[in-house]
Design a protein around this ligand. Structure first.
Ligand code: TXA
Ligand code: MG
Length: 321
């Protein structure tokens, strides 16, 4: 396993994917653990390395909208509008699948998640892979199941180093700029449903689709498609995450810059705004674990936009297992 910032290694990484090895790579949201989406054995290793149940589907990453109809069919008009507005970008669309998307990547569902990431290194890797005859790269967040997603190459190594083998690779593209996972939108029905909130916000989606389209928000009571990122407990550090109360000396704290650190409390992040909060959140939770803190207090952001996604992740990381 190698960590490298050398872009020349991208071609080698693409060859590794073609051979069935795993390549962790940066995206603008979080780091992904990539495998050739049509290689059953390689995909099986992703589940093994993550310790993830096999009925949890994977997102196929492609380099261009031109490749979309290889994987998805019967794409509704609103799906195409979203794709052209927000790709490349932090958005995943769930679409009816073609025969290329096998059960071993969709968890047996007859739809498939697709994303075009907005990260130079990721796009170069996907392009190289496609030039070598590849069709798509499945990539879940490069963390153990239920843990915090990595936003740096070294976080990937800490998460998965013990589980990857010598042939696998971790590409280093610097810290992820968005910092939380993509917005997932179910486009298999007449109206879109947001299954996972993210940096493509409800407001942005409404603005693009127009107010005549009613975007349904995800309601766990009526869950028909499995999106296990919706599990109540997820994104969890070892430390206990608290969303209210008063931090005591020795506790960690994540709060907007203007919030003062009480005496003896360990400041883990001081985001300037909500975008900054999303970008810094997961590294701050990791820092809490590396400092072996027992508790992390967070002051959740307020309002709409990306604050919705941050609050979703905070709530899940705070959920008592
Ligand atoms: O930002 C992201 O989306 C990152 C980067 C690496 O692209 N990937 C990511 O993948 O977060 P993962 O596997 O950690 O989370 C994807 C979520 C899971 O909760 C999965 O169940 C859901 O998307 N998902 C994937 N395909 C689906 C499908 N066909 N139907 C419903 N949910 C799906
Ligand atoms: Mg994940």
């Amino acid at each position: 396993m190698i960590i490298s910032e050398n872009k020349k290694l991208i071609s080698e990484a693409a060859s590794k994917l073609k051979l069935g090895d795993l390549v962790a790579f940066p995206t603008e949201t979080v780091y992904g653990l990539g495998a050739d989406a049509i290689n059953k054995k390689a995909v099986a290793r992703i589940y093994e390395v993550k310790g993830r149940p096999t009925d949890h589907p994977l997102i196929v990453h492609i380099s261009s909208i031109k490749n979309l109809d290889k994987w998805a069919k019967e794409i509704p008009e609103y799906g195409l509008t979203l794709a052209s507005a927000f790709w490349p970008g932090p958005m995943t669309l769930i679409l009816p699948r073609t025969n290329l998307a096998k059960n071993f990547i969709t968890g047996g569902q007859d739809n498939v998640g697709i994303r075009i990431p907005a990260h130079t290194l990721a796009l170069e890797l996907l392009n190289e892979f496609e030039n070598k005859g590849g069709l798509g790269v499945v990539a879940p967040s490069a963390n153990r199941f239920g843990a915090v997603s990595p936003t740096t190459a070294s976080a990937v190594e800490i998460e998965l180093g013990d589980y990857l083998d010598d042939m696998d690779l971790i590409l280093d593209g610097g810290p992820s700029l968005v910092g939380i996972e993509s917005t997932i939108i179910d486009c298999t029905k007449s109206l879109p449903t947001v299954l996972r909130s993210g940096a493509i916000t409800y407001e942005m989606i409404t603005e693009i689709l127009g107010s005549t389209i009613d975007i349904k928000r995800f309601n766990p009571e009526s869950m028909e498609v499995k999106a296990p990122g919706m599990l109540e407990s997820h994104y969890s550090p070892k430390a206990k995450v608290l969303l209210s109360g008063v931090p005591l000396p020795g506790d960690g704290l994540i709060a907007i810059e203007s919030f003062q650190t009480p005496e003896g409390v360990i400041r883990l992040a001081s985001p300037k705004n909500n975008e900054d909060y999303a970008r810094l959140l997961y590294e701050a939770l990791r820092l809490a674990d590396s400092k072996e803190l027992k508790r992390v207090y967070t002051i959740p952001p307020t309002g709409g936009g990306i604050a919705v996604a941050i609050n979703d992740r905070l709530t899940k990381s705070a959920f008592e297992k």
